[in-house]
Design a protein around this ligand. Sequence first.
Ligand code: TXE
Length: 483
Amino acid sequence: MSDITELSNFINGEWRPANCDHWIEDYSPANGAHIASIPCSSSEDIDAAVEAALNAGEDWGYLSIAERAGWLEKIADALENRAEEVAQLESLDTGKPISLARSVDAARSVANFRFFAEQGREFESEIFEMSDATNRVVYKPVGVAGLITPWNLPLYLLSWKVAPALLMGNTVVAKPSEMTPMTASLLAEVIEDVGLPTGVFNLVHGNGRDAGAPLTSHPDVNLISFTGGTATGREVAKSASSGFKKLSLELGGKNATIIREDVDIENMMSSIVRASFLNQGQVCLCGSRILIHESIYDSFIEAFLEAVSNMVVGDPADEETELGALISAEHRDKVLSYIDLAEEEGGSILCGGGAPVGIPQAFEGGYWVSPTVIDGLAPDSRCSTEEIFGPVVTLHPFSDDEEAIEIANMTDYGLAGSIWTADVEAGSEMAEQIDSGMIWVNCWLHRDLRVPFGGVKNSGVGREGGRWSLGFFSEAINICVKH
Ligand code: TXE
């Protein structure tokens, strides 16, 4: 019996094969084994999914927000019952450690549905009184929402879009990454099991060119929410703009981790290591450039290298593992090419630089890069300013806060960053001068789902999260009634 899972599209409440007989193969990053096949869907499949979503839109949009919040709660409960399965599939499909898949991917996917259900229950539209009239803001659905998601946090990011899209009365066509299709299919199963009305949620598997692009350009799709690479985001923006679709782009990052001289290195170190390497550095928020005050540069490096060398790299299914494999052979090669470039640019590789030593034979076919720390690069070098999106950090000294801010802003990205200091006031002041959408002081990835999430510069357009998601996934209509 074959262990290879064949996934189908979920369109209009039915599991359907794609309109072509061509399959895309999905590999396990840990050992390179072929684990699943997905349909290579085309514009005809997208057309069918959009038509189903359009037909379902009227009834779904007619429900009250509280009724739709009730559906999100049902999805959250059903997904929670399958949380362990989500974690196992996500770890298999992405190569990430099972402990991370449990604590972050599975838990947050459920939390996203719960959170937006609660937002829906608390939702109140605004009233603005004038001396002679009353303005009432009504939030209407936008229509069919096209949701395109990447491979690093597959269900976490998909649920972050699906939940508010449904809550605000939109119907959905989701196109997950072709490299990590499994948990999107699981979500469709959950949605089928809870009995969400037919056509409200549709899933089309496939690659960006054949399935993603027809979704972004489809005339009946009114909104696109995309998370992925900056180059792809540019294509998506071009394609969506001709139809004036509502657009949210969450793209790459090259985030600075700033270590001020007054930092308590010992206490902060595990958080700084986590910010550098979580999910093998494949989180858009990871701090891939560490800027360190010159007075503590050497002592910081010593402590950092010791902490990094203690990280457990290996079998993603092992509970002790802290770092797994990279998503694909192609992505591993991209990361390794940046390490070669770093040497050409004059950097010194302090640790890592290739596959981990002593990786068991069973994982030799996987896509591994051990945590890599690079010193000696100019802050404006390519390796220090371009997104590598792997377990690679570069180290840079600075002499004062102004220089740290200048280096932090020396990239075309502007997504996130963190500042580590005993002087919270100085840290907060610095935070305001960094060109990025999110800055943490003395923490990292400490997420409150109510706050705005998104980037500036090449890191994206728009904000999602809390009321920003509710605003993006709806059309605010003002009704002014003269007294
Ligand atoms: O992502 P893509 P890739 C960064 C990271 C990585 C680089 C490229 O630096 O090395 O992006 O990664 C779909 N129209 N991030 O190539 O291509 C695609 O099928 C519509 C950062 O894997 O951006 C998938 O579903 N859709 C990022 C999704 O877009 C298209 C996370 C993302 O794929 C399309 C991932 C098209 N023309 C990578 N082409 C983050 N912000 O966290 C592709 N897609």
